[in-house]
Design a protein around this ligand. Structure first.
Ligand SMILES: *[C@@H]1O[C@H](CO)[C@@H](O)[C@H](O)[C@H]1NC(C)=O
Ligand SMILES: *[C@@H]1O[C@H](CO)[C@@H](O)[C@H](O)[C@H]1NC(C)=O
Length: 378
């Protein structure tokens, strides 16, 4: 699989993922962060779980998982002008428990994962160890990813991914031009929120297929950017999310933009989201790993035990302002032993919209939507 087709697979997964999140409020997520954890589970699974995970990830076989994730990680590491970090870690129960030999090789070689022993019986200390690692990898933006009650003597393993982005706009907004302006929360309600303004040349298009305007604003170094898909209707976001989830070719739409002079008005915003992946992933066809009776996660441990995913969460954060953006996400999955429980154009983003944070080749690193609020936290 070449680079571009894996970027397409990530776009497909991201679209389906985003379409299953809470549509009543603003959201930030990193479907890619979840994919890292799912990919490691795929390499430790047997049929039919194995096929279920590969299908959801949009890859053909284990070798393609390996080559795709090696490539995406090296792409992330080589990005210019901005900070973009990815980190993976495997925590495994103290004592005689070891990762399966093949999985251990993949964890290290493909995912560059650190492997650490932890006593999950001391659940408070285990949570604090894992959460501190996440905080450290996300510039303290993601705290308390996993609660102590996630762990007990039946916990065997925790897989964690952390992604962190910080970049300045290639061309910054002038804070003096930021003003409170109306934002249409829906067709009947307007609120006043701080809107930033600038006039510059940006890749832009009117996309009829999505009945939206598309604007791409680069960060410093020009290999990362933010794409905003702004529906022409105040209540058009749901339609955009549905069309993308149904397979609308967003990658082509992003390519079909042309540099034009644009007067850009977009909100400053800060969003935090917590996602229970036990609710979201089954809607993407991923169910077996959560099945305590028959998860198919047979190749995770050296001395196999019946394991299943008892908990899977993602926390994400984004702040967009005049300088640029900072975004962070962490995904954690807890594996338990079965006996446990279960032209001069105008672009005014004054209505709910979809946003994507893109790395080189338009690889979606973060995605979410803004609806005038600040997500989970307020
Ligand atoms: C993360 O840990 C490293 C090594 O201990 C330290 O140098 C760095 O400042 C930490 N980062 C944060 C954000 O705490
Ligand atoms: C619009 O949003 C406001 C504030 O959230 C809410 O009270 C109202 O019911 C919404 N109206 C419609 C038509 O959804």
């Amino acid at each position: 699989m070449d680079d571009q087709s894996f970027s397409n697979s990530i776009a497909t997964f991201s679209a389906k993922f985003c379409n299953e999140l809470d549509k009543t409020k603003s959201v930030v997520s990193s479907p890619l962060s979840a994919e890292y954890v799912l990919a490691l589970l795929a390499l430790g699974s047997i049929e039919p779980t194995h096929s279920e995970l590969l299908t959801a990830l949009g890859v053909r076989d284990d070798d393609e998982v390996r080559s795709s994730f090696c490539e995406i990680s090296s792409k992330i590491r080589s990005i210019q002008g901005v900070t973009l970090n990815v980190a993976n870690r495997v925590y495994i129960m103290e004592g005689s428990y070891e990762l399966d030999d093949n999985l251990q090789k993949d964890a290290v070689n493909v995912f560059d994962a650190g492997i650490e022993k932890v006593n999950f019986v001391n659940s408070q200390a285990a949570a604090s160890l894992i959460n501190s690692w996440v905080e450290n990898k996300t510039n303290n933006r993601i705290k308390n990813l996993l609660t102590p009650d996630s762990f007990d003597e039946n916990t065997r393993m925790v897989l964690v991914n952390a992604l962190y982005f910080k970049g300045d706009w290639d061309s910054k907004f002038n804070p003096e031009l930021t003003q409170d302006k109306p934002f249409h929360v829906n067709s009947t309600t307007k609120i006043n929120i701080p809107m930033m303004y600038k006039e510059d040349e940006f890749p832009y298009a009117e996309c009829q297929g999505l009945d939206s305007q598309i604007l791409i604003m680069p960060y410093k170094g020009k290999s990362a950017s933010m794409a905003i898909i702004l529906p022409s209707q105040v209540d058009g976001l749901d339609n955009v999310l549905t069309k993308l989830a149904e397979g609308f070719d967003l990658m082509s739409a992003l390519k079909n933009t042309f540099s034009v002079k644009v007067q850009v008005t977009i909100p400053k915003f800060k969003i935090e989201t917590e996602i229970d992946l036990l609710q979201v992933l089954p809607k993407l066809g991923i169910t077996s790993i959560f099945n305590a009776q028959k998860s198919g996660l047979d190749n995770m441990l050296k001395s196999p035990e019946p394991l299943y995913v008892s908990k899977a969460v993602q926390k994400a954060f984004i702040e967009v302002n005049e300088e640029g953006a900072e975004a962070a996400a962490a995904t954690g999955a807890v594996l338990m032993l079965r006996s446990a429980p279960l032209p001069l154009s105008s672009f005014v983003a004054d209505r709910p919209f979809l946003y994507l944070l893109l790395a080189s080749d338009n690889t979606i690193i973060f995605s979410g939507y803004f609806q005038g609020d600040s997500g989970d936290t307020t």
